[in-house]
Design a protein around this ligand. Structure first.
Ligand code: PGA
Length: 228
């Protein structure tokens, strides 16, 4: 089972190494941390698996503000998030640009956690399945690809998908692409057990609760208990 921590734009380089050393991976659980770019250098020497939060589709070039997969590899990162809903909402990420990023990253040997999920309006309009199908249209299975189902209405809101909602979406996503699927959206120690014990849930992508050692370690321990 994979538990990934998406730090978003939190945690400074100066606090990163000590925090990473406080994370304990129980048997049967793989931990990934996704720090801001400036903290990757501090996280890598701690021995944890480090992913970035975004990546460009070219190796290098005139793309101010972007970072390439090759640069991430050179910095010791092992993978990257792609297509997070905050990138889609605030930075014009589209299904096409997200897959371009993922495809190149996979080609050069990075792991990718590719995020999908419907908004509240889309769910209320009964469009969840159509949205997931559209977001996954270009996506092709790869041994280093993992998907994350993150309903936008559950991210950072404290509203979690019920285990049934998560299971239904995960089953569809697995049928469409056939790779492991993480659940993300207000995962906390209190709800981790119900979500992670669903048959089609292969792990979690944790935002807020990955910023404290106690809560992230507790979620990892829950994952290990379910696994064993
Ligand atoms: P959250 O974030 O756990 O704070 O809801 C999840 C994510 O955005 O990946």
């Amino acid at each position: 089972m994979l538990i990934a921590g998406n730090w978003k734009m939190y945690k400074w380089p100066s606090e990163t190494a000590a925090f990473c050393r406080g994370l304990v991976a129980p048997e049967g659980v793989d931990i990934v941390v996704c720090p801001p770019f400036t903290s990757i250098d501090e996280a890598v020497p701690t021995g944890l698996t480090v992913y970035a939060q975004n990546v460009h589709w070219d190796a290098e070039g005139a793309f101010t503000g972007e970072i390439s997969a090759e640069m991430l590899l050179d910095a010791g990162a092992r993978g990257t998030l792609v297509g997070h809903s905050e990138r889609r909402q605030h930075f014009c990420e589209t299904d096409e640009t997200a897959w371009r990023r993922a495809e190149h990253a996979l080609e050069v040997g990075l792991g990718v956690i590719f995020c999908v999920g419907e908004s509240e309006e889309e769910r209320e309009a009964g469009e969840t399945e159509a949205v997931l199908r559209r977001q996954l249209e270009l996506v092709r299975a790869h041994e280093n690809l993992v998907l994350a189902y993150e309903p936008v209405w559950a991210i950072g809101t404290g509203k979690t998908a019920t285990p049934q909602i998560a299971e239904e979406a995960h089953a569809l996503i697995k049928e469409l692409v056939g790779v492991p699927v993480l659940y993300g959206g207000s995962v906390k120690p209190e709800n981790a057990e119900d979500l992670l014990s669903q048959p089609s849930v292969d792990g979690a992508l944790v935002g807020g609760a990955s910023l404290e050692l106690d809560s992230f370690n507790a979620i990892c321990e829950t994952a290990a208990r379910i696994r064993s």
